[in-house]
Structures are given as structure tokens and as C-alpha cells.
Design a protein around this ligand. Structure first.
Ligand SMILES: Nc1nc2c(ncn2[C@@H]2O[C@H](COP(=O)(O)OP(=O)(O)O[C@H]3O[C@H](CO)[C@@H](O)[C@H](O)[C@@H]3O)[C@@H](O)[C@H]2O)c(=O)[nH]1
Ligand SMILES: O=P(O)(O)OC[C@H]1O[C@](O)(CO)[C@@H](O)[C@@H]1O
Length: 392
């Protein structure tokens, strides 16, 4: 432990392989390596454990209330985190850091009740909620935070321009020891297990959901199949707390209308959430990563694919345009299936200018979790310096 080590609590919404949880664990790992005393709080039901081994103390907050429906689920998780953090008392941590709206509400309530003095919050991206309770929770979780961090300048500007919140950007990192282009014997076993054939593999990560723009990707893929009849679309992940069932049903119907079948060895393979070790192997197995999302906080998956030596087709919108360029990705217009198909085909045919020798390593070097953790610590200390009284 370093002399001026901070006692930091990082709160996440679940144990799932998902952006906010990955951010929590990578930040926890880098902060711990720098000598800080980190505790991760994660709501868990029925003995669930984090999808990746945590490098620090973990407190699983038991979710005891009903999670039937999204509102009940969010409420139950807010209660679970609030109980667990509250039980540690007001002096247990120097910094309480919420990674999402659920944990932000747990801390906002504890702050209102005087149990904690304040908290910081990372906004990865915000969602659109028709349900007023979900919308109100989402707003409270950034509005009541003492300091908001965003994972891209795009979102820092959005928070200021649209919501009047003065956030600071603290970028993501990418673990280039986990995500490498070095093929392993297990890569082939994974291909077999998932039913991936010898044809071209187009990979998308994050499941089937509107924000990931999976329907437009499907339309683009159907066009690609006219030129490459053996091509497969592999969609991995999707461990979201939100309800994407209606969108998934539309996806299944549209696939049928295109004459595309779903399943192992079929043209579309939906893997669902995968164990951590599978992800680098899957990136390496793909001919191209399609990241044609319409809303991302940062787009970490694009960097992971590039680190594995896999070319990326990315949406020609922010935040991708903030850090990718013609030397590190191939652009597609996310609202245009023809554009998505054309971009995928250009990359598959080796007709892109992605520079894996120079531009990609230079890009990856700009995003480390160590640097992200140092920037967080600077921001924590700046916030603590403005607290009228020390927390402990
Ligand atoms: N092990 C495993 N990891 C997964 C899986 N699915 C996704 N991941 C990992 O989870 C992370 C993000 O995945 P997304 O599906 O893109 O999550 P998100 O919730 O949309 O991410 C949000 O936060 C990220 C971090 O700041 C942002 O980069 C992203 O744009 C978005 O705002 C990446 O590290 C990705 O490799 C899976 O099935 N298994
Ligand atoms: O899709 P995910 O990563 O599970 O995220 C769900 C989002 O919805 C909420 O659970 C509720 O607003 C947020 O806390 C979170 O950002």
C-alpha cells in the first residue's frame, strides 16, 4: 500500500460481462496495482459471481427483492447496493464511485440520508427510457453526483450541452496482454464449439439490441451473403439488464425474411454471453468486427478487436470519429445497410487502409488502464480537496 493510498469503493450494476462491469474491474485492477485499497460492490442473486476474477476485495450485495420487470429489477438492485454500502458505515471509504444509474441511485439515497458525504459517477452512455421511473433514476444518478466522469469527449460535451453537467473525460483503456493477435490452439476448439465454419466470419459483440443497431447490421449482412454465400454473422455477448426481447423478435423475423437461419453452423450464430477466455479467440477468428452501433459511450470493443489484429468496420459517428481514423478502421453509415455491406466487403477483400504496423499500435498505446486509473486518482484527489471536511 502506498503512503497516500486511497480507500476506493467501485460500485457496478451486476456481475455481467458488460461495459460498465468491465470498466469497474479494469479500473479496480489498475488502481490496486498502483497501491490503492479497492473494494468492488456488485449486486448478485443466488450465489452469482463476477464474470471475471476481481483483483481486489469484492462485496456481493444480495438482491433479495423481486426482479420481475425492469423497474422492479433496478429498484431491487438499488436497495441491495444501498444496504451493503450503508452497512460499511460513513468512514469506510475515501471515494465512492458509481459506474451506472443503479449504483448512482444507491449512493444518491445514502448521500441524501447523510450516511455518505458524496460520490463520483462514470457515465458510459445514457439510454432513452419511456418509463418515467427509469428515466428519473437515470437522471438522478448523474445529477446528484459530486463529480461526473465520461469515457469520451463526445459524452462530456453531451452532458454539458444537453444536461448542464460539467463532466470530465477519463478514457477507457484496452488490455493488450489479454487481447493479442497471438493465435492459440484453443482458438480452433472455440470455432468448433460455436459452430463457426470455414467461410468469412463477421463478428459483432454486445448482443441484439437497438443501440447496437443489429437490425441494420442484419440487412447489411444479407447483402454481403449475396457476394459471399458461406459468410457467417456471429453475434456475441448481450448480457444486458434491460429488456431487448421485442427488438430480438424483430431480428428473428427479419432474418427469416432474408432467408437466413439462426444456430450453430447456420448463417447467423447468436452465442449469448461467453466466458472471458473466449473473447480474444473469437476476435482472432473473425475476418472483421462490425461495430455499427448508433449509441456508444466509447466503443471499447473496437479497440479489443484491433488489438487482436482484426479489422474494424465502425459507424462514422461520434464517439468513434473521436479516436478512430482511416488508418485504424473502415467507416460505414450506420443507418444505411448498403453502406454497411460495402464497408464489410471492402475489408473482407483486403481493400482497406487499416495500418496494423504503425497506426493501430499507436492508437492502442494511447489507451491504457494504468493511465486511466492515474487520471481517475487525480480527479478523485481534486474532488476530495474541495470537500469541506475530510471523510475520515
Ligand atoms: N467475457 C465477455 N466479455 C464480453 C461479452 N460481451 C461483451 N464483453 C465485453 O464487455 C465490454 C463492453 O461490451 P459492450 O457489450 O459493448 O458493453 P456496453 O455495456 O455497451 O459498454 C458500454 O461501456 C463501455 C465502457 O465504457 C463503452 O466502451 C461502450 O461504448 C458502452 O458505452 C468489452 O470489454 C467486451 O469485450 C461476453 O459475452 N463475454
Ligand atoms: O445494458 P446494461 O449494461 O445491462 O445496462 C443497463 C443500464 O440500465 C440501468 O440498469 C438502469 O438505468 C443502468 O444502470 C444501466 O446503465
Amino acid at each position: 500500500m502506498i503512503m497516500d493510498a486511497l480507500r476506493i469503493a467501485l460500485l457496478t450494476h451486476s456481475v455481467n460481462p458488460r461495459g460498465g462491469v468491465v470498466h469497474t474491474l479494469e479500473l479496480a485492477s489498475a488502481l490496486s496495482a498502483q497501491g490503492h485499497d479497492v473494494t468492488v460492490f456488485a449486486p448478485a442473486t443466488n450465489g452469482e459471481t463476477l464474470f471475471r476474477t476481481a483483483p481486489c476485495r469484492v462485496v456481493y450485495a444480495p438482491v433479495t427483492d423481486s426482479q420481475a420487470g425492469t423497474v422492479a429489477l433496478v429498484d431491487a438492485r438499488i436497495r441491495a447496493l444501498k444496504r451493503s454500502v450503508g452497512a460499511h458505515g460513513p468512514t469506510a471509504f475515501d471515494v465512492l464511485h458509481a459506474e451506472d444509474s443503479i449504483s448512482g441511485n444507491a449512493l444518491a439515497e445514502l448521500k441524501e440520508e447523510g450516511v455518505i458525504r458524496g460520490f463520483v459517477r462514470t457515465v458510459h452512455h445514457l439510454d432513452h427510457f419511456d418509463d418515467p421511473r427509469l428515466a428519473a433514476w437515470q437522471a438522478r444518478a448523474y445529477r446528484d453526483a459530486d463529480q461526473v466522469f465520461c469515457v469520451s469527449d463526445t459524452w462530456t460535451r453531451e452532458m454539458s450541452g444537453r444536461y448542464g453537467i460539467a463532466a470530465v473525460t477519463v478514457s477507457n483503456g484496452v488490455d493488450t496482454t489479454r487481447y493479442t493477435s497471438q493465435a492459440l490452439p484453443a482458438d480452433e476448439a472455440l470455432r468448433q464449439r460455436l459452430g463457426l465454419g470455414a467461410g468469412t466470419l463477421i463478428l459483432a459483440v454486445g448482443g441484439v439490441e437497438a443501440r447496437k443497431n443489429t437490425l441494420a447490421l442484419l440487412d447489411g449482412f444479407a447483402l454481403v451473403r449475396r457476394a459471399l454465400p458461406l459468410a457467417q454473422l456471429v453475434i456475441a455477448g448481450g448480457a444486458s439488464l434491460l429488456d431487448h426481447d421485442a427488438y430480438t423478435q424483430r431480428f428473428i423475423q427479419c432474418a427469416a425474411q432474408h432467408g437466413l437461419s439462426l444456430g450453430a453452423h447456420e448463417s447467423i450464430v447468436l452465442t449469448g454471453p461467453l466466458e472471458d477466455a473466449a473473447m480474444p479467440a473469437l476476435f482472432r477468428s473473425a475476418d472483421v468486427l462490425a461495430m455499427v452501433s448508433v449509441r456508444e459511450g466509447f466503443g471499447l470493443v473496437a479497440l479489443e478487436a484491433l488489438a487482436c489484429g482484426t479489422p474494424v468496420v465502425a459507424s462514422a459517428i461520434a464517439p468513434f470519429t473521436e479516436y478512430l481514423d482511416d488508418a485504424t478502421c473502415f467507416w460505414a453509415t450506420p443507418t444505411d445497410a448498403d453502406s454497411i455491406a460495402a464497408a464489410l466487403l471492402r475489408v473482407i477483400r483486403g481493400d482497406s487502409a487499416i495500418d496494423f504496423a504503425h497506426a493501430v499500435p499507436a492508437l492502442l498505446a494511447r489507451f491504457s488502464w494504468d493511465a486511466s486509473a492515474r487520471r481517475h486518482v487525480d480527479a478523485y484527489r481534486a474532488w476530495l480537496a474541495h470537500q469541506p471536511l475530510a471523510i475520515h
